[in-house]
Design a protein around this ligand. Structure first.
Ligand code: R5P
Length: 299
């Protein structure tokens, strides 16, 4: 069956890389905004009886990118495509996968239900904040991981006396997987996030031995950078030598230079799951591409 990729506006660069790697046609589209904020979609390539791959990171502006994705899926279904795989390198709302307090929604489940109802056949995601999100879908969900790509980057630096640090108890399994690849021990930071106050973070405690070691902080995402800043402060206080940071998703690239570039760390290594414009690059930032991993999954 002939394959075709449709790129939403959030990460055209990644869609082009995948199309080039797998020699899959990139659909001709015209996507624009109406004055009132509604999105206008036109897919000009023939989709009839084709296996369609729609790529959209539902990153900032999350709600616009989500709506654009929903409309692209609907357009592809109405155009007679055989099946529709939705590739979501960064899955917005995946941090809201449970109710922490009464009165809250389970936002990730709402997104999953809409994607399924409008006709998606399969989902491809990358390092979902919580793998439990896979269970919100009845259709197959492939959750690709960047762990090998990111750990290879750290290995290439030939660092001695390493400790892998999670800045959040919830990330312990992620850090453990990472540490196994580096043959290093794990340390766990206990974090508390204030409710209703600009995502502020307070670090409470560290479990594990970090003194005189080189630390690799592992997280799935960096958003405001407040978690990272607090973790770095604590590690420095505890006598850590050099600090490297790895995370799959850099959620707000336009703020990263301002929020992260002055941190006393050697490198911040992230993937291109969310598009990072050249003018947002800074010295300590290293970007690895997940295009080949995604390309493999749609061979
Ligand atoms: C938390 O559960 C996540 O793994 C990240 O640590 C967190 O979301 C990062 O957010 P921020 O950069 O805003 O502190």
């Amino acid at each position: 069956m002939k394959k075709i990729i449709i790129a939403g506006r959030s990460n055209i660069t990644l869609a082009k890389k995948i199309s080039k790697t797998n020699k899959i046609e990139l659909a001709q589209t015209g996507i624009s905004d109406f004055f009132d904020g509604e999105i206008n979609i036109a897919i000009n390539s023939d989709l009839k009886d084709k296996e369609v791959y729609i790529l959209q990171s539902t990153s900032n502006p999350v709600n616009n990118n989500l709506m654009e994705l929903f409309l692209m899926v609907d357009a592809a279904r109405r155009a007679g495509s055989k099946n529709i795989t939705v590739i979501i390198p960064y899955f917005g709302y995946s941090r809201k996968e449970k109710m922490s307090r009464p009165g809250e929604p389970i936002s990730a489940k709402v997104v999953a239900e809409i994607l399924e109802t409008i006709g998606s056949s399969k989902i491809v995601a990358v390092d979902l904040h919580s793998p439990a999100v896979q269970g919100f879908f009845k259709i197959p969900v492939l959750n690709i991981t960047c762990t090998n790509l990111l750990s290879d980057k750290i290995k290439s630096k030939h660092l001695k006396n390493l400790v892998v640090v999670t800045p959040d108890i919830g990330g312990t399994k992620r850090a453990r997987n990472f540490a196994e690849l580096l043959n290093a021990p794990v340390a766990i930071i206990e974090k508390y996030r204030y409710i209703d106050s600009n995502d502020n973070v307070k670090i409470l405690n560290i479990i594990g031995d970090v003194k005189d070691k080189n630390a690799v902080i592992v997280d799935d995402l960096i958003s405001t950078g407040k978690t990272l800043a607090e973790a770095v402060k604590l590690l420095k206080k505890e006598g850590v030598l050099k600090i490297y940071v790895v995370a799959t998703h850099l959620v707000i690239p336009s703020k990263a230079k301002e929020n992260l570039s002055k941190l006393p760390v050697e490198k911040i290594i992230v993937s291109d799951s969310i598009n990072i414009n050249k003018h947002d690059y800074f010295d300590k930032l290293e970007i690895v591409s997940i295009s080949k991993e995604i390309a493999k999954s749609i061979k």
